[in-house]
Design a binder for this molecule. Sequence first.
Ligand code: 3PG
Length: 307
Amino acid sequence: MKVLIATQKPFAAVAVADIKKILTEAGHSVDTLEKYAEQADFVKAVAPYDALIIRSDKVTAEVIEAAPNLKIVVRAGAGVDNVDLEAAKARKVVVMNTPGQNSNAVAELAIAMMIFMARTQLTPATGSEVQGKKLGVQAYGNVGRLVGQKAKALGMKVCALDPFLTDEQIVAGGAEPVHSVEELYAASDYLSIHIPALPSTIKSIGYDLITRMPKGATLVNTARKEVIDEEGLMKALEERPDLKYVTDVMPDNYAALQEKFGLRVFATPKKMGAQTSEANINAGLAAARQIADFFATGNTKFQVNKW
Ligand code: 3PG
């Protein structure tokens, strides 16, 4: 089978080499399309391929239509909001992710961002310490749990909200369970967001929730920019000069936020939570193994668009 690694933001070279090794040893051919400038370049490239390995690359209905042989897409990572799951399902294209494989990298970045903001973006201004502060984790999945555990090691108190987990599971994961999003925001000196971008979560964090946060609080977003209501965020930061926002997913209104709030806001220019060699190797190799196994045995364990 023909496999394309399509990564606008490429994997580390060592990960690409090992992905190729796994797939060629399994009898497949592998090409790469890296750092492409336009979505049209991706659409143009996919025609001959049976399988795609992607990151945040957008597998739209147009991409699926342009790839008549396509049988499987593996998103090396967690979020599949960049894949048109319905269009894939309609064509019986299996879509998988590689859950947990890049979680540690994202969790480390969330912690780094908290400390970066506590220390006023490493400027000489007097900062604060995270020890003794309360961290609220919104969704206690693979990333959220690691953030909670690392925060505890820093002496933070940790609470978490996750509608898919029981209180016992949250306690076993090292956090105090919280039962509503309002309660979570009201309790959190630092609030780390780990919810996916879904119709039900898009723009779900806005003025009302953000202004519930205690004095001096920081909102940390290593999830998706779409879950923030940017107008609400702007209004909250305007009204509450004590609040801060740090994000790994640059908001559309970042220039305006920076101009108005200076060191109270920070965004990475490109999503970099999973941008470590370790995460690239873990997620990339898992994707390669899942594709090899799918073609060899039909294994669809990590399929996210079941039919
Ligand atoms: C994910 O959903 O796995 C992360 O957001 C990482 O995305 P990336 O592979 O584009 O860095």
